[in-house]
Design a binder for this molecule. Structure first.
Ligand code: FAD
Length: 480
């Protein structure tokens, strides 16, 4: 029984849908970012394939007791393990904040119902999310993306894959004037080369059946757009300390820390060898150096270090890494900054067909991933539009100038911290979504304060009861 207004709204809705453009999109990674990207892209009418190297969804939240054979993670040929999760980890954000905006992370009977649950609970939440929105059907598991490059051919042959710098030169020659339209005309598409790992059991079956073809399967597929969601907590960033190369003790990066047991009885005994000298004059012998910080060297001069520490900016423990991505130098990673990127998502010269979800750090990640994904989905469907390439480039440049003027080192480019909610709301506005609820912002500030005051007990003792009531009634209503 529709009334006139309902009918009008439906007509407007279907009219909007009719003008939407649908793209074939590859999403790389099925962690928290890739899952919500897949949902938003599908909701917006795109055809989505998610490539996931692992066997399950969840990314870093899938605890893996295996560690890499190089504990510092420096050897490029080491056997790699994606997750940096350690066994005893409980979340550092309350569950009311952690969940996606429209899929609350509520306690479930028989599971870890605490406000700051253990990592298994987050993995289960992500699995629930994937099932709820039928995302598992979109994911190609055990399939590693090995190469992503610009494709400009008509056919499906190797020769069509652009393997020289002509594309970049063409873009640069044409200048930034109306380049958006030009690149749209060029219809930049992408070739995605994947390697599907054959399961050991399948291989065994093949051998038993004397079947051939039990090799990994390598496939090239052409996409209109690629959304990169490969995470950035896997590639260790190791602190450089003078004299370290001669130090005889054991070293590892926190990426390879799993349990505390191997460190039992390891003390700071002063001995004749293996001594470590600290800045404040204290020296001692240590058994193990566990690298949990980035390198100060990258921060730059002493003055820059001072400014950075005065601003109490977090140091990144990991490097951004996109070993599969070939953009002929259009997108680079320098000093832990991926760029040039408009609003941490789109490289202006390759927008909108290439985008990144999840680069910002010191944020509430899942809602931010969700809003970035909504924005990408709307831009690809042409429900929303980007500024011209020239304007995006100008925006990136003025952002860089601002960072430099404020003495913020380049590797804090993606550190959003206090401006994260402003950023979230900007993204929401781009796709006509509601701004972040005010209780979330207040709860985040309180959570940060309590964590600083009580680093050992903040997960079990808190006093934001009013906010908690407000959040719980909001989230429960959302669920029903
Ligand atoms: P990931 O979870 O890393 O997912 C990336 C996925 O991409 C993985 O599944 C990987 O297998 C896949 N992949 C990578 N390369 C390829 C390839 N070439 N081909 C195919 N697949 C590929 N956040 C919080 O909100 N609260 C917390 O308490 C919290 N604690 C954390 C504790 C630790 C130890 C770490 C490391 C992170 C923590 N985080 C926390 C941040 C966490 O990283 C984010 O919450 C979020 O889960 C990151 O999701 P992602 O999808 O960006 O990356």
């Amino acid at each position: 029984n529709l009334n006139g207004e309902d009918e009008l709204q439906m007509a407007i809705g279907s009219d909007k849908n009719a003008t939407k453009q649908s793209c074939k999109v590859a999403v790389i990674g099925a962690g928290a970012a890739g899952l919500v990207a897949a949902r938003e892209l599908q909701r917006e009418g795109h055809e989505v394939v998610v490539y996931e190297e692992g066997e399950k969804v969840g990314g870093v939240w899938l605890y893996n007791s295996d560690v890499e054979d190089d504990p510092l993670g420096l050897d490029p040929n080491r056997c790699s393990v994606h997750s940096s999760m350690y066994a005893s980890l409980r979340t550092n954000l309350p569950r009311e904040l952690m969940g996606y905006l429209d899929y609350p992370f509520l306690p479930r009977e028989g599971r870890d119902v605490r406000r700051f649950p253990r990592h298994e609970e987050v993995a289960s939440y992500l699995q629930d999310f994937a099932e709820e929105f039928n995302l598992l059907l979109l994911v190609k598991f055990c399939t590693k993306v090995e190469y992503v490059g610009i494709y400009r051919g008509d056919g499906n042959t190797e020769a069509d894959i652009v393997n020289d710098s002509s594309f970049k030169q063409q873009l640069l020659r044409e200048g930034c004037e109306d380049l958006r339209e030009d690149s749209a005309n060029l219809e930049t598409r992408w070739v995605v080369r994947t390697r599907e790992r054959r399961q050991a059991v399948e291989k065994e079956r093949d051998v038993l059946n004397f079947a051939t073809g039990c090799e990994d399967q390598v496939t090239d597929v052409i996409f209109d757009a690629v959304v990169i969601c490969n995470g950035h907590y896997s590639q260790p960033r190791v602190a450089w300390i003078p004299g370290l190369e001669k130090w005889p003790g054991k070293q590892m990066h926190s990426h390879n820390y799993r349990i505390a047991e191997p460190f039992r009885d390891k003390v700071e005994l002063v001995t004749e060898d293996g001594t470590v000298h600290f800045q404040d004059g204290i020296s001692c012998h240590v058994d193990v150096i566990l690298h949990c910080t980035g390198s100060w060297e990258e921060v730059g001069s002493g003055e820059e270090r001072k400014k950075a520490s005065l601003k109490s900016l977090g140091t990144r423990r990991y490097l951004y890494s996109f070993p599969f991505l070939d953009t002929h130098g259009i997108v680079t990673v320098e000093n832990s900054a991926v760029g040039p990127l408009f609003e941490h998502v789109f490289p202006p010269l390759l927008a909108p067909s290439l985008s990144f979800v999840g680069l910002p750090f010191k944020v509430v990640p899942f809602p931010l991933f969700e809003l970035q994904s909504k924005w990408i989905a709307c831009i690809l469907s042409k429900s929303s539009s980007l500024p011209s390439t020239k304007d995006m480039m100008a925006d990136v440049q003025s952002f860089e100038v601002r960072l430099a003027e404020e003495g913020i080192p380049k590797h804090y480019t993606h550190n959003l911290d206090s401006c994260q909610f402003e950023y979230d709301n900007w993204l929401a506005a781009q796709c006509g979504s509601e701004p972040i609820e005010s209780w979330r912002i207040k709860m985040y500030k309180v959570a940060q304060k309590i964590r600083k005051l009580y680093p050992d007990s903040y997960r079990d003792i808190w006093d934001d009861y009013d906010l908690l009531d407000e959040a719980q009634s909001y989230l429960l209503k959302l669920k029903t």
